[in-house]
Design a protein around this ligand. Structure first.
Ligand SMILES: CCCCCCCCCCCCCC(=O)SCCNC(=O)CCNC(=O)[C@H](O)C(C)(C)COP(=O)(O)OP(=O)(O)OC[C@H]1O[C@@H](n2cnc3c(N)ncnc32)[C@H](O)[C@@H]1OP(=O)(O)O
Length: 192
């Protein structure tokens, strides 16, 4: 299967003149979970009852690995994951890549290629990669598999995504909405 369609016009273009990437000294080590969002986050939060509960781990270099159980409540077409849910999962997984170089980001642009239907009941495995950084912009990519590509070299890629994240000052960015968050106290405590 071909990941990323040739000839499809896209606004996602990784520039040539990228800045150097340096791993943040406090970034999670390869194999360790990355827990830098909050417990109510719809993508990764353990306490978000309707969330996706994606487990995300740092990989080597500027990569992450993740997995998610495709639950019946995620159904779109009969017996298959809803495309919007997969897009949300991709957004979540890629949003952890900028954390390897430090600082919170928001998604400015997100695109997804769906290559095969994904059955409810399967476990999706994700491999994400930071493609580069230019000033506040971080370019990322993710591929989803129906088997763990770490243990199964023949694991078939079923979808891919690309996203542009922009680094923010999180205190300022969320200043007017933090009070509405179920995690307001937790986030304020973390900021100290
Ligand atoms: C302790 C704290 C806990 C916090 C927990 C955090 C949890 C996080 C959970 C995360 C959950 C998961 C993640 C989510 O779901 S995040 C939720 C979804 N995303 C958002 O809500 C973001 C909404 N957008 C914005 O806030 C602003 O537009 C941003 C901040 C993105 C930029 O506005 P800002 O005024 O700041 O900057 P700028 O406009 O000068 O742009 C800067 C650069 O970027 C380039 N650009 C911009 N847009 C685009 C575009 N579409 N295509 C291509 N390029 C684009 C632009 O040309 C410029 O480039 P250059 O001039 O440098 O070349």
């Amino acid at each position: 299967m071909k990941i990323g369609y040739m000839g499809v016009t896209s606004t996602f273009v990784v520039p040539d003149d990228l800045d150097a990437l340096t791993r943040h000294p406090k970034a999670s080590q390869p194999g360790e979970p990355i827990n830098l969002h909050h417990t109510q986050c719809h993508g990764c939060g353990d306490d978000a009852p309707e969330g996706l509960h994606i487990k995300i781990f740092a990989g080597d270099g500027f990569t992450v690995r993740a997995r998610m159980l495709v639950e019946p409540r995620m159904e779109g077409g009969p017996g298959q994951i809803h495309g919007g849910i997969l897009a949300t999962a991709f957004d979540e997984v890629m949003s952890h890549l900028p954390l390897l170089v430090g600082g919170h980001c928001v998604t400015a642009h997100l695109q997804v290629d769906f290559a095969a239907g994904i059955p409810v009941g399967s476990t999706l495995y994700f491999e994400g990669r930071l493609l580069g950084r230019q000033r506040r912009k971080l370019y990322t990519e993710v591929v989803a598999y129906l088997a763990d590509p770490l243990v199964d070299a023949g694991a078939e890629a079923v979808a891919s995504g690309r996203a542009l994240f922009v680094k923010i000052d999180s205190a300022r960015h969320y200043a007017e909405t933090l009070a509405n968050s179920k995690a307001a106290e937790q986030i304020s405590r973390r900021r100290g």
